[in-house]
Design a protein around this ligand. Structure first.
Ligand SMILES: [Fe+2]
Length: 398
């Protein structure tokens, strides 16, 4: 590392935080991204801004073996940011480029920091709703995972939190709210839930339904299908969140209907696809359950219901407002798997569409059921984007 507090210290290399860079890339500000990871890492997991970003890929070892040739590949006169896995080798490249007269900045923490970064987006509610509550979609951009914070009357409920639980605590505090309950839509297979740790830290109820065949090894406050959870009251306003059992993606999958309008679907229904029912080795049985959920259990909900999922396939699914969401009637019309006329056709469609399972999914499920794991292992398992949708169509995202 170049940082040193001593008198003869080399000045620290210029850096940029993911949280500062990503909005600028989203706006298409013409920044050049120099990715110095190896070919496999570069292909496997990319930064995905909302506008295409010009990227030059020159692996770190090329810079070492052929310094001049590699430097010549970096255009001059551009604003350059350098990316690697953890921000270490990119820092050395920033140094090297600086010596060659090319100013650049190191993306602090590299892809690891990108994978952790959480971007809160306020869901635009109708005026009468805004007076009673706030709904925040927290976009974990690097993994395309979505969690939610609902705030009403000085209280907050957190749904599907990532494991960076301090972030949710800080965010609720900033909103002047106390987190009173933590909910998970299901036992996640692509990332480790922060739900149990957040609830334990705060001493508040935690809910997840594992479903048949799964043994939860952590305390849960059960919620029944149809039950209403009240939120708020301290400041004279409150809203209800209705629990809707929506099995299929997993046997215990649950959706939460916020104030009768905003349906947090977890991995049951996405804006361009449906959740994959194959991760338990029961694609037939779970697929039929998912078909029943989509066609029957959600059938009574009005078309104007807004679906807010736990994942998305690519930045194209982020709306102009910055939110990943869709109207239920539109999704009934446009999501390909929703067009299946029978359970058999549906199971065939999802079976044909599923990709490779998420990396280390079996280990992640075990941790989310309550098995211990080291921080190091979890960080390794969580690398890369989610693969939770049944269809791969939009997964490229850009
Ligand atoms: Fe999932």
């Amino acid at each position: 590392m170049a940082q040193d507090a001593g008198d003869n210290a080399v000045p620290p290399v210029p850096t940029v935080e993911v949280g500062e860079l990503l909005p600028r890339l989203d706006r298409g500000e013409g920044i050049l991204l120099l990715d110095v990871r190896n070919d496999e890492e570069h292909e496997g997991w990319k930064v995905e801004p909302r506008r295409p970003v010009e990227t030059v890929h020159v692996p770190y070892f090329d810079f070492i073996e052929d310094t001049d040739g590699s430097i010549a590949k970096v255009p001059r006169g551009r604003e350059v940011v350098v990316l690697c896995a953890q921000g270490g080798s990119s820092e050395m490249i920033v140094d090297m480029l600086g010596e060659a007269g090319i100013p650049s900045k190191n993306i602090k923490g590299g892809m690891i920091a990108y994978g952790l970064y959480l971007e809160p987006v306020r869901v635009p509610l109708a005026a009468a709703e805004t007076a009673r509550y706030e709904l925040w979609q927290v976009n974990r951009r690097g993994k395309a995972c979505l969690s939610y914070v609902i705030v009403s009357g000085g209280e907050a409920v957190v749904v599907d939190p990532s494991r960076y639980i301090e972030w949710y605590q800080g965010f609720a505090a900033e909103r002047g709210a106390r987190i009173v309950r933590v909910l998970d839509t299901h036992v996640h297979a692509d990332h480790v839930s922060g739900g149990p740790a957040l609830a334990r830290t705060l001493g508040v109820p935690y809910f997840v339904a594992a479903g048949e065949g799964f043994e939860l090894r952590q305390p849960v406050t059960p919620l029944a299908d149809g039950q209403q959870v009240r939120l708020g009251g301290e400041k004279g306003v409150s809203i209800d969140v209705r629990v809707i059992s929506t099995p299929g993606h997993t046997p215990g999958s649950t959706s939460f209907l916020v104030d009768g309008t905003y349906l947090l679907t977890g991995d049951t229904l996405f804006v361009a696809s449906v959740g994959r029912p194959d991760l338990g080795g029961h694609v037939e049985e779970w697929g039929r359950a998912l078909f029943d959920t989509l066609k029957r259990r959600l059938a009574d909900l009005p078309g104007a219901t807004r679906v807010l999922p736990a994942h998305y396939g690519g930045v194209a699914e982020i709306s102009a407002e910055g939110v990943v969401w869709g109207r239920l009637d539109e999704l009934r019309r446009t999501v390909p798997e929703m067009q299946a006329a029978s359970a058999d056709a549906f199971v065939d469609a999802v079976r044909g569409a599923v990709k490779d399972p998420p990396k280390a999914y079996a280990e992640i499920i075990k941790v989310n059921l309550g098995a211990p794991a080291t921080e190091e292992k979890i960080a390794e398992w969580e690398l890369g984007k989610n693969q939770c949708a049944a269809a791969a169509k939009k997964a490229a995202g850009a």
